[in-house]
Design a protein around this ligand. Structure first.
Ligand code: PGA
Length: 248
């Protein structure tokens, strides 16, 4: 089995200002971050340039969204080309807030994935079921269908990280149990083996997101198919360093 390096993304969402983010980035730059862990901060688009020039180069920078074409009459949108122009390397796509607050559907998310990868960005592709879907017993069906659309649009799996983020766990303080996360991650890996390839199933990082904290990260990180985290609220706090070092 290919060894997968641990990946921790901090999703700042629509939080912070120049003053607070300067402080946050300063503390990340001097923190003792485990070298083998890939760390990426997903920052508000208006701060991409600022974040890229303030963060140590060993910390990656991601946009939290982008549009599906390079340029044009799309007021308010940003393109992968612009993200790259600011020096950022990644983009988060399909986040549950994009899906549920802004109504983005699978088709659009798939088109964005394709264009971001073609443009040379790495993609943190997010999937996850709602509470109603989990309670209805359709978790697998939902996450497989979301993954299918992403898979149809991937040209280079080496540039993709798959983030399993159950909607009921995001920002609620209700972290999935290590068993719940491992169960879905394992099934996703089996799906990749059956529908993509052994190589992708073995090498793709599948990270967990949803109320990850310093208190919950270690046990989650010890699960065989959990290859890292996408962290929201806790990524703005000093405990983010503990989460990056969850496998240390
Ligand atoms: P949370 O957010 O850690 O605040 O639950 C996770 C995410 O939205 O990526």
């Amino acid at each position: 089995m290919a060894s997968r390096s641990f990946f921790v993304g901090g999703n700042w969402k629509m939080n912070g200002n120049k003053e607070s983010l300067t402080e946050l980035m300063g503390s990340l730059n001097t923190a003792n971050l485990q070298e083998e862990t890939e760390v990426v901060c997903a920052v508000p688009s208006i701060y991409l340039d600022f974040a890229r020039s303030s963060l140590d180069p060993r910390i990656g920078v991601a946009a939290q969204n982008c549009y599906k074409v390079a340029k044009g009459a799309f007021t308010g949108e940003i393109s992968p080309a612009m993200i790259k122009d600011c020096g950022a390397e990644w983009v988060v796509l399909g986040h549950s807030e994009r899906r549920h607050v802004f109504g983005e559907g699978d088709e659009l998310i798939g088109q964005k994935v394709a264009h971001a990868l073609e443009s040379g960005l790495g993609v943190i592709a997010c999937i996850g079921e709602t509470l109603a879907e989990r309670e209805a017993g359709t978790t697998e069906e939902v996450v497989f269908a979301q993954t299918q659309v992403i898979a149809e649009n991937v040209i280079d799996w080496g540039k993709v990280v798959l983030a399993y983020e159950p909607v009921w766990a995001i920002g609620t303080g209700e972290t999935a149990t290590p068993e719940q996360a491992q169960e879905v991650h394992e099934k996703l890996r089996a799906w990749l083996r059956a529908n993509v390839s052994d190589d992708v199933a073995d090498s793709l990082r599948i990270i967990y997101g949803g109320s990850v904290t310093a208190a919950t990260c270690r046990e989650l990180a010890s699960q065989g198919d959990v290859d890292g985290f996408l962290v929201g609220g806790a990524s703005l706090k000093p405990e983010f360093v503990d989460i990056v070092n969850a496998r240390a």
